[in-house]
Write a protein that binds this ligand. Structure first.
Ligand SMILES: NC(=O)c1ccc[n+]([C@@H]2O[C@H](COP(=O)([O-])OP(=O)(O)OC[C@H]3O[C@@H](n4cnc5c(N)ncnc54)[C@H](OP(=O)(O)O)[C@@H]3O)[C@@H](O)[C@H]2O)c1
Length: 270
């Protein structure tokens, strides 16, 4: 039982957080810094990264801002190389960078799906492939892959996003089982709606309100301290997932009945 195990101490561990400039990644970087973790932050926007790195340092940890586009394998390799050069190890990877690509299936283009896959799936793959050999060599490490409830249950208009997040969930499932013997933990994180810039123009129904990014960050830190295969938050997201596993027909009905997919602001105002 994981609650009876002593929590893994995080003090002085080294983490890479992709998408560390905003939303969940920003909140996770701060939560890790509060635990004494040194963080290498990656995203495309350098100014936002530098600001988050300063906030982390003010909490007493060391921080590195490495402007990185995760769709570019070379830049991801450099991110990991810079982290290794600074601290000589990577203990934790939070592969969190993502984009929300929405398109109704009748208007969907291959480019929409490619755009989503490039960041939400291949961006994560590039990062894991760059970090994994270092963790395996040391027989220790924890990889956290931030998927989405949309990687458990697809919502209308979310085909490009859900396709990438389901792919990521499948990858996480296999990665966790294969790396276990090598001493590397893997956790898949599946948040419902989160109040971040990613969905600031999305109006959501009362049954699936946006939760604060700090709540997701807290559950990531908790999963690092007491490793677990998956985190689905909040509880109502877990409930929808369970119902959907038992009966996709009822799952579809709930999504339809409550408009779980939400409305883009302009749509909502019409
Ligand atoms: N918000 C939600 O409701 C929700 C729900 C479930 C799961 N999630 C997942 O949580 C993760 C974080 O999302 P968020 O809600 O915190 O969104 P956010 O506030 O928009 O943050 C997204 C982060 O990803 C970075 N990013 C985007 N494209 C990138 C690229 N090509 N290379 C490197 N970094 C890139 C962004 O920085 P730059 O633009 O500067 O690169 C930013 O730091 C995503 O994987 C998302 O799918 C979000």
């Amino acid at each position: 039982m994981r609650w009876f195990r002593r929590p893994v101490p995080l003090q002085d561990k080294v983490a890479i957080v992709t998408g560390g400039s905003s939303g969940i990644g920003h909140a996770t970087a701060l939560a890790l810094a509060e635990e004494g973790v040194h963080v290498a932050l990656a995203a495309r926007s350098e100014s936002a990264l530098v600001e988050v790195a300063d906030q982390c340092r003010s909490l007493g940890c060391e921080a590195l801002a490495v402007p990185t586009d995760v769709t570019c394998r070379e830049q991801v390799r450099r991110l990991v190389a810079d982290t290794m050069a600074r601290w000589g190890r990577v203990d934790i990877l939070v592969a969190n960078a993502g984009v929300y690509v929405r398109a109704p299936v009748r208007e969907l283009t291959v480019a929409d799906v490619q755009r989503s896959m490039a960041v939400n799936f291949y961006g994560v793959l590039h990062t894991v492939l760059a970090v994994q050999p270092h963790m395996v060599e040391r027989s220790t490490g924890h990889i956290v892959l931030v998927s989405s409830l949309g990687g458990k249950k697809g919502f209308p208009h979310d085909a490009p996003y859900a396709a990438a997040k389901f792919a990521l969930a499948g990858y996480a499932d296999v990665l966790r089982q294969e790396l276990r013997q090598a001493g590397v933990q893997v956790t898949g994180v599946f948040p419902g709606r989160v109040d971040t810039p990613m969905i600031e123009t999305l109006k959501v129904p009362f049954v699936s309100p946006k939760i604060p990014p700090q709540a997701v960050a807290k559950s990531i830190v908790s999963a690092l301290q007491r490793p677990r295969p998956e985190v689905i938050i909040p509880f109502r997201a877990r409930l929808l997932h369970w119902v959907d596993v038992l009966s996709p027909r009822v799952g579809d009905w709930i999504v339809r009945r409550f408009h779980i997919e939400g409305w883009e602001m302009e749509e909502a105002e019409e």
